[in-house]
Design a protein around this ligand. Structure first.
Ligand code: GLN
Length: 387
């Protein structure tokens, strides 16, 4: 018998793949895994097609095309007032690779890594595979605020890293300025490095502007900022992401990246570089479209008597089942709704380790109006049948 590494031997298929697989198999509407149901911005697709025809299809530089690395620097300078130079940016095949590279480059065996829960389900297994110990600090619905005291209590002499996802998926919340300042102070005081997964930085609503944890005093040398073209442009299948850090750290991150994927398809990199140069108004319009979809699904679910939690960012709305008068766990709800209502969702407890809130289900609203209306109708009927 081949002995598989126990982390993988015992691992389940990720909830995102599980629910998308069920949706495909059953022909259900997929409001589970987060991706838009559109092709993506036509100009970017045209730019990628042009690049496939006219530019190189051979290995690009491992750290990314200089043009894309510069475009990322320009984007963050204009949008977030951050000053990165080209050497500080490493292009990756999606943010998931950037997370893996960051953890592999930064975690030594025995290091403790603090994760707020809920968390992207890639974090903890990657920490463990790197020999680290995942330490959870849970957040609670409906507001999912950061319990700064609990964070401080979780820090020990062995704590090396904090994984910090802001805006926070699946909660759809954003960290407040005061929370960020407190978290940054703790990182500085205890010598922690922060892996800042900011893939939702550009999917914020209601005029909220993004400020990276990396931008707080003392953080620029101790933080990695991870971004994602998949999220910024609604092109999740492209798997183009990046990580930005102080030069010395970026060099180490680049070494981790060189033996994961080595490089990322150059045509997609060219297209993302073009996209990042678009004017603010272009991004604002995209955001307004997502905000309209958020309103539409929120209205549909509310009219169907679902208790919808507040959302400030991401493509996701969460529903509190107990507050909606539904006596199912989130797993039961998601497994039944995909089969009986033909609507896939994500049970939020799948993004928790240990104790999770009893019943919160996540729905992706980055879909066309007709799809959202049909989903809300099906869920309303499903809910009535449960009562
Ligand atoms: N971030 C995506 C989501 O929340 C999942 C990412 C993935 O499945 N690789 O739906």
């Amino acid at each position: 018998m081949v002995r598989i590494n126990p982390i993988y031997a015992e691992m389940e298929t990720t909830i995102f793949e599980h629910m998308s697989g069920l949706a495909r198999q059953l022909g259900a509407i997929n409001l589970g895994q987060g991706f838009p149901d559109e092709q993506g911005p036509p100009e970017l697709i045209e730019a990628a097609a042009r690049a496939l025809r006219e530019k190189s299809n051979q290995y690009p530089p491992g750290a990314g095309l200089p043009e894309l690395r510069d475009a990322i620097c320009g984007f963050y300078a204009r949008r977030q007032g951050l000053e990165f130079s080209r050497e500080q940016v490493i292009v990756t095949s999606g943010a998931t690779e950037a997370i893996a590279a960051s953890v592999l480059a930064l975690v030594d065996p025995g290091d403790e890594v603090i994760l707020f829960q809920p968390a992207y389900d890639a974090y903890a297994p990657m920490v463990r595979r790197a020999g680290g110990v995942a330490v959870s600090v849970p957040l609670s619905p409906p507001h999912w605020r950061y319990p700064i005291n609990k964070l401080e209590q979780a820090i020990t002499a062995r704590t090396k890293l904090l994984m910090f996802n802001d805006p926070l998926n699946p909660a759809g919340t954003v960290a407040g300025e005061a929370e960020l300042a407190q978290i940054a102070r703790l990182c500085v005081r205890h010598g922690l490095t922060a892996v800042c997964d900011e893939v939702w930085e550009d999917v914020r609503f209601d005029g909220l502007v993004h400020r990276s944890l990396l931008d707080f005093p003392g953080m620029s040398d101790r933080a990695v900022k991870i971004g994602s073209a998949g999220k910024i442009f609604g092109l999740t299948g492209w798997k183009v992401g990046w990580m930005c850090a102080a030069p010395e750290m970026a060099e180490a991150l680049g070494r981790a990246h060189q033996f994961l994927t080595y490089a990322t398809p150059p045509a997609l990199q060219w297209a993302v570089a073009e996209g990042l140069a678009k004017p603010q108004a272009w991004f604002a319009e995209q955001r307004a479209n997502w905000a309209a979809s958020r309103r539409r699904l929120s209205r549909g679910l509310t009219e169907a008597d679902f208790d919808v939690l507040p959302n400030a960012a991401t493509w996701f709305l969460c529903v509190d089942l107990a507050a909606s008068g539904i006596a199912l766990t989130d797993r039961e709800f998601s497994e039944r709704a995909v089969r009986e209502a033909g609507v896939a969702s994500i049970p939020v407890s799948a993004l928790f380790e240990g104790e999770a809130p009893a019943g919160v289900v996540r729905f992706c609203f980055a879909k066309g109006d007709a799809v959202l209306d049909e989903a809300a109708e099906r869920l309303a009927a499903f809910r009535r049948a449960l009562a």
